[in-house]
Design a protein around this ligand. Sequence first.
Ligand SMILES: Cc1ncc(COP(=O)(O)O)c(C=O)c1O
Length: 350
Amino acid sequence: MAAYAADLLSDTLTRPTAAMRAAMAGADVGDDVFGEDPTVSALEERVAALLGHEAGLFSPTGSLANQLGVRLHVAPGQELVADQQAHVLRAELGAAAAFSGITSRSWPSERGLLDPAGPMSLVTTGVGPYQVETALVVVENTHNFGGGTVQPIEAICEVRSATEHLGVAMHLDGARLWNAHVASGVPLAAYGEQFDTVSVCLSKGLGAPVGSVLVGSAERMGEARVWRKRYGAGMRQVGILAAAGLYALDHHLERLSDDHARAARFAAACAESAPGSVEPGTVQTNIVVLDVGVVGWDAPHFVASLLDDGIRTYAVGPGRVRAVWHLDVDDAGTTRAIDATTRLLAKRSD
Ligand SMILES: Cc1ncc(COP(=O)(O)O)c(C=O)c1O
């Protein structure tokens, strides 16, 4: 495996620690398709309780947890609406359309930040056989492509109260809800109660090798269990994986604030070196999106040049480069990343 001075490609890169591996090796297991894996059940119950919901369902990926949530609320031919940079629209490879016959529309946003006017300009109900009926609003918190943006709870509540009486459901893509909670101090359940279903990932900042959990009512999770099996993701002795998630909740949740502090330090240094490349006040969690176009770079060249210095990042647009902090990047790695990035920002592309 390549060794980097700092690997900022994604927070999905983390490798399980020795203590996490020990917890996995010692897990009590059973056949989860028969509902007999005690460690999976413990994880599902724990995450559901944290988010203030009745029941949970373990899923191998965040994409599947989202797609199960979407499937529960939207019938074929109906639509979901989401921010135009939402993972569910940009990075799940058309799954809602391909698997479930669902159409989608999107609203524009700055940094993925939720403005209730966005979804409410799209939501369409009671239009009989003439127009597509909106069945679901999807909100992403934190917002990945938006740069780790934390959604204000007030905006979420406003969308909820506007959609509830229309019979339009809400699903939260909470792959990084843990980061939103740690950054904002808003309790997980306060986010959770505004949504009919919530998906959370254990395999991002929390550092588990795999795993997501979908939560909702017991009835909906029963239905999602059927769809999970139908999609081929009924799993057997996966307590061995769920144990990593339980370990991560015990040991890796509070430390997310370290990732946030390192990302903020990086953003401040970049802004000083190249004003306009990033607004430090907008860096709320573990993700920094740099506008390298303001200093004449295009993103793929910037990413390639950083790689020569052992710093791995990701081009998220023609002039935009993303860097993500996680369990495997420490203060020294952050300093190396700052040195290499500010040097490049100060030097225009040739
Ligand atoms: C916001 C968001 N939702 C969902 C996912 C999907 O997770 P997975 O890669 O486990 O399918 C990701 C992955 O990066 C994500 O960033």
